[in-house]
Design a protein around this ligand. Structure first.
Ligand code: ADP
Ligand code: MG
Length: 150
C-alpha cells in the first residue's frame, strides 16, 4: 500500500503521472485489461489525478470528466508498450453495473492491451476485476488530499 498527502493539484498530477509511467514499464496481464479503480467524494481529486495520469501516457488531448459521456477512449502511441488503448470511465451518473452493458464494458475488460481508469468505481465493483489497483481519495482541507493506492 502506498499513501501520499498532496498539497495542491499539481502534486496530485505529478503523483498520477509517475504511476502511469510505472505501469507502462510493467507487464500487462495475460488475459485481461489493467484497471485503476478510483474512489472518493465529489471534488476529492479523481479527475485531477486522471489528467496527470493521461500526461504520463503522453495523451495530448485535454481530459475532462466524461460525466455525460460515461466513457472516452484514447489511443496510446508507444511502439514498445503492450498497452494500446486508454479508457477513462466516469460512473457518477450510473445506477449500477447494468448500465455498462450498452457500452461494451465487458469486452473492454477482456483485452490485455487496455488500460482502464474508472471514477466512482464503487458503483460498479461487481464487474471490476478483483486484482484492480484501488486508488482512494480523501479530502483533508481545501488544497490537501490524502491518496492511498492498494
Ligand atoms: P473529482 O473528480 O474527484 O470529483 P476533481 O479532480 O474534478 O474531483 O476536482 C478536484 C478539485 O480540487 C479541483 O478543483 C482541484 O483544483 C482542487 N484541488 C485542490 N487541491 C487539490 C489536490 N491536492 N489534489 C487534487 N485536487 C485538488
Ligand atoms: Mg471527476
Amino acid at each position: 500500500m502506498k499513501i501520499i498527502v498532496t498539497k495542491n493539484e499539481q502534486e496530485t498530477k505529478e503523483f498520477a503521472k509517475k504511476m502511469a509511467s510505472d505501469i507502462l514499464n510493467s507487464e500487462a496481464k495475460k488475459d485481461k485489461a489493467t484497471v485503476f479503480a478510483l474512489e472518493g467524494v465529489l471534488g476529492a481529486g479523481k479527475t485531477t489525478f486522471t489528467q496527470g495520469f493521461a500526461k504520463g501516457l503522453k495523451i495530448k488531448e485535454d481530459i475532462k470528466s466524461p460525466t455525460f459521456l460515461i466513457l472516452k477512449e484514447y489511443n496510446l502511441d508507444f511502439k514498445n508498450s503492450k498497452f494500446k488503448k486508454f479508457y477513462h470511465i466516469d460512473c457518477y451518473r450510473l445506477e449500477d453495473e447494468d448500465d455498462l452493458d450498452s457500452i461494451g464494458f465487458s469486452e473492454i475488460l477482456k483485452d490485455p492491451e487496455n488500460l482502464v481508469l474508472v471514477e466512482w468505481a464503487g458503483k460498479i465493483k461487481k464487474v471490476l476485476p478483483k486484482d484492480c489497483i484501488r486508488v482512494r481519495f480523501y479530502y483533508i482541507s481545501e488544497n490537501k488530499r490524502k491518496i492511498s493506492v492498494v
